[in-house]
Design a protein. Structure first.
Length: 138
């Protein structure tokens, strides 16, 4: 535990305990990570059909220490999570082939599918659930 001494203006740190400081920062990062996870689950897009809610249920969080950094992560292990979050470009079938079969009310087979925009709910949850600035693309 750190010892504080009053003197003049402010408080001066007399003893530095790195293990205690690391524990305090780890608790703070864990608290922020849990808040981001809860916001991500609240705002996660839910599709239709037999897999509805699977993406929301797959969201998880962890806090790790890597070197001198303490990192909180909110993530999904589903293969299509990145496509839902970031979107995808148009899909075209190979020459002489088709895409499908597709569910109703769509035509049974098609040759191309338009691009799908992303829904960055994880990034939005990070911006909403904590007070620190968020820079995109890093």
């Amino acid at each position: 535990m750190a010892t504080f001494v009053k003197g003049g203006v402010g408080v001066h740190l007399v003893e530095y305990n790195p293990a205690e400081l690391t524990r305090i920062v780890e608790e703070h990062v864990l608290d922020l990570t849990i808040r981001v996870l809860e916001e991500a689950r609240r705002t996660c897009p839910v599709g239709k059909g037999p897999t509805a809610g699977l993406l929301k249920a797959s969201l998880d969080a962890e806090v790790d220490q890597r070197g001198d950094r303490i990192i909180g992560r909110v993530f999904s292990d589903l293969e299509y999570a990145m496509i839902v979050h970031e979107g995808r470009g148009p899909v075209r079938a190979r020459p002489g082939k088709v895409l499908g079969p597709l569910p109703q009310p769509y035509p049974r087979f098609v040759r191309r599918v338009k691009a799908a925009p992303g829904n960055p709910w994880l990034l939005n949850a990070l911006k909403t659930a904590q007070q620190y600035p968020v820079t995109e693309g890093t």
